[in-house]
Design a protein around this ligand. Structure first.
Ligand code: FAD
Ligand code: FES
Length: 282
């Protein structure tokens, strides 16, 4: 059952971190229900705003009985409004939403891979995995140094951290996937967790499978309602029965088995998906 609640939250603090903003929301009744991979849907623009659609953000941190935290990249109108809020301001939020990452039930090697602000949920995940006795390798990547997030935090929360940037401004020059095979080999990785842009997720899922590891990917599909009503966020996912269904990433995701998402068919309804329109049919 969903524990999601809609509350008028007070912004406790907002601080720049690299190219992002770290925002802490008062959320005493929400925080205890948050698991790694959950997200929050934030109303933007204030009361009377024309921006009707909520914006989704991974929950970076949750302190029981107290607050939840997000990392926001100023992007379009909504995120620009949000990154200009002040401490003390009231913001309408709904959380925790979505299905969190599946956690292993025995201690196994886990590799966490994140691109840019995709690192937001990974600290909480790393702590949870280590509490279960898992060895945790982290790979953080971004186009450039300013877009890296969480390097310091991860050094505390993981057994080993590898940083990659496309331009070589920090860590290894290259992509997260360049570092993935070694990371899997180092700890005999059985599970790979990924959050970041869709092409990165696809590459990580395919590489994990090729190395015999189970992958969990947190997808970032455009969302409108965030609560399962509008079908904006659907993507084709293969079920346990082998049948492809168009599933809502806001309620059945955002965390999916990487080998079950039909990455090459995202943003389409494959002809063999359950309920797909029949060409020439009525
Ligand atoms: C589950 C999930 C977790 C996310 N976590 C983070 C995070 O931790 N930090 C962060 O900075 N961003 C995150 N995003 C992306 C963030 O939701 C979008 O950048 C934001 O909605 C863009 O809004 P905007 O008004 O600035 O941009 P606009 O382009 O003006 O938005 C227009 C509309 O398109 C939708 N939209 C546009 N781009 C995206 C996108 N990339 N993903 C989803 N919807 C989009 C918005 O919901 C909005 O309704 C996440 C998205 C999802 C789905
Ligand atoms: S965003 Fe509306 S159903 Fe997922």
């Amino acid at each position: 059952m969903s524990n999601a609640q809609q509350i008028k939250s007070i912004v406790r603090s907002i601080d720049p971190v690299g190219d992002y903003f770290h925002i802490v929301f008062d959320a005493p009744t929400i925080a205890e229900h948050v698991e790694p991979g959950h997200f929050v849907a934030v109303a933007v623009g204030g009361t009377g705003s024309g921006m009707l659609l909520r914006r989704a953000f991974s929950i970076h941190n949750a302190t029981a009985g107290d607050s939840i935290e997000v990392i926001v990249a100023p992007h379009g109108q909504g995120t620009q409004w949000l990154t200009a809020v002040s401490a003390g301001q009231e913001v309408d939020i709904i959380a925790p939403l979505g299905k969190p990452f599946l956690l292993p039930n025995r201690p196994v090697g886990c590799v966490l891979v994140a691109g840019g602000y995709g690192a937001a949920p990974m600290g909480m995940l790393a702590r949870e995995l280590r509490a279960r006795g898992c060895e945790v390798e982290v790979i953080l990547g971004a186009a450039t140094q300013g877009k890296l997030f969480g390097v310091l935090e991860m050094t505390r929360d993981a057994d080993n951290v590898t940083v990659t940037t496309d331009d070589g401004s920090s860590g290894l020059r290259g992509r997260v996937t360049d570092a993935l095979p070694d990371a899997i080999a180092r700890i005999n990785g059985q599970a790979v967790y990924a959050c970041g842009p869709m092409p990165m997720l696809q590459a990580v899922a395919e590489m994990s499978k090729a190395h015999g590891a189970f992958s969990q990917t947190a997808v970032e599909e455009s969302m409108a309602c965030g609560i399962g009503v509008c079908m904006t966020c659907v993507l084709p996912v293969i079920g346990d029965d082998g049948i492809t269904r168009m599933v809502r990433s806001c309620v059945e995701g955002p965390c999916f088995r990487g080998d079950r998402v039909r990455w090459n068919d995202v943003h389409t309804v494959p002809a063999d998906a359950l309920g797909a329109p029949v060409v020439g049919g009525h």
